[in-house]
Ligand binder design. Structure first.
Ligand SMILES: [Cu+2]
Length: 369
């Protein structure tokens, strides 16, 4: 596809202007871009690919989203977001999924094309069956030929299961030949945005579509201020992978412009700088930001309807980018004494290589029966 080849070359040129430090890097990028086009469109050498076999479960649990708000969730491996699945382009995934809940579920691998494996797509009644409640299991096997920020989610009664039951997690497929700007990234963060409905919190089956009454909003399952800051140092190259899992967002970062590099995991034809980025439902947008402005900076959805916890503001889809250089000792800083979890945005998990990477910090409480 010539269009794609041109697009990728333009991307490298533009990244070179704004974001790549040296001419050498930009020139080298020209060659890389052509190679990458070939890599994305031809089968990957099977000799290099590996198969990742892992077990997944779906558990009936209770998630604390905000102070005073817990909700029933169906949690992949007992956690919300679900565990990070990270592989290299061309690798094969074999996921054995056991459903320990009272509902039926699937896993849809959003962004995977399932070439020759369409029965593994996870759409019940269309290309397969749902996994029965009470301990049934199903093995999904497919090759991750399509690179980028993908995700996985249930495909049964989506407005309930994905909308307000936490049935989603990140699936990162590393491109064989990343763009030059991607190689400069020092911190790789994942932000999954979702909404919740307290009216249906205690009953999994209260409503088929509870998305009309969303009154809590969270990043990686926690509302501000119960979520976490994003800590950086001057000189960091921060990549934010923005996932609109169950609410659309207009993501705004103060004090910086963000280079929009990928949409739905694919390089955009012409990367551009923006201070506010719209992420439509289901979409993923990757931005890369040079951290060159020490301070404390809000990073938040600009949709005011998502900035409260059941009407109490501030709350919802809001966090703070904290530069280490400026410290946290202002007595008025509301996160001055915050207990810090360095993996809340998967930054540590993204340094752990490939496979299924679980996180105890996201584990939801086992539900009393
Ligand atoms: Cu489900």
């Amino acid at each position: 596809m010539e269009h794609s080849a041109i697009s990728r070359r333009n991307l490298v040129k533009l990244a070179g202007l704004g974001a790549v430090a040296s001419t050498t890097a930009a020139l080298a990028g020209g060659t890389l871009a052509q190679e990458q086009t070939a890599a994305a469109e031809t089968p990957v050498d099977p000799g290099e690919a590996t198969t990742h076999k892992f077990d997944m479960t779906i558990e009936e649990t209770r998630l604390s989203v905000a102070r005073g708000f817990d909700t029933n969730v169906w949690a992949y491996n007992g956690q919300v977001p679900g565990p990070l699945i990270r592989v290299r382009q061309g690798d094969t995934i074999e996921a054995n999924v056991t459903n320990n809940t009272t509902g039926t579920h699937t896993i849809h691998w959003h962004g995977i094309h399932q070439k020759g494996t369409w029965r593994n797509d996870g759409a019940p009644g269309i290309n397969g069956l749902a996994i029965d409640s009470g301990g049934a299991n199903e093995t999904y096997r497919f090759t991750a030929n399509r690179p980028g920020s993908l995700w996985y989610h249930c495909h049964v009664e989506v407005p309930n299961h994905v909308g307000v039951r936490g049935m989603w997690g990140p699936l990162i497929v590393d491109p064989i030949d990343p763009l030059p700007i991607e190689k400069e990234v020092t911190k790789d963060a994942i932000l999954m945005f979702s909404g919740w409905n307290s009216e249906v919190a205690d009953d999994f089956f209260a409503k088929e579509d509870p998305t009309g009454g969303l009154n809590y909003f969270s990043i990686n399952g926690k509302s501000f201020p119960y979520n976490q800051p994003i800590r950086v140092r001057e000189g960091d190259v921060l990549r934010l992978r923005l996932f609109a899992a169950s609410v659309p967002v207009s993501f705004h970062l103060h004090g910086h412009d963000m280079l929009v590099t990928h949409r739905d995991g694919l390089p955009v034809p012409a990367p551009y700088y923006a201070d506010t980025v719209h992420v439509a439902m289901g979409q993923r947008v990757d931005v890369i930001v040079r951290m060159d402005n020490p301070g404390r900076w809000p990073a938040h959805d600009h949709d005011d309807g998502h900035l409260s916890n059941n009407g109490n503001a501030p709350g919802g889809l809001f966090t703070v980018v904290e530069y280490e250089e400026v410290g946290r000792d202002d007595p008025w800083y509301l996160w001055a004494r915050k207990k810090y979890d360095p993996d809340f945005y998967f930054v540590d998990s993204m340094k752990r290589g490939h496979g299924l990477i679980t996180q105890s910090g996201f584990r939801a409480a086992r539900l009393e029966k």
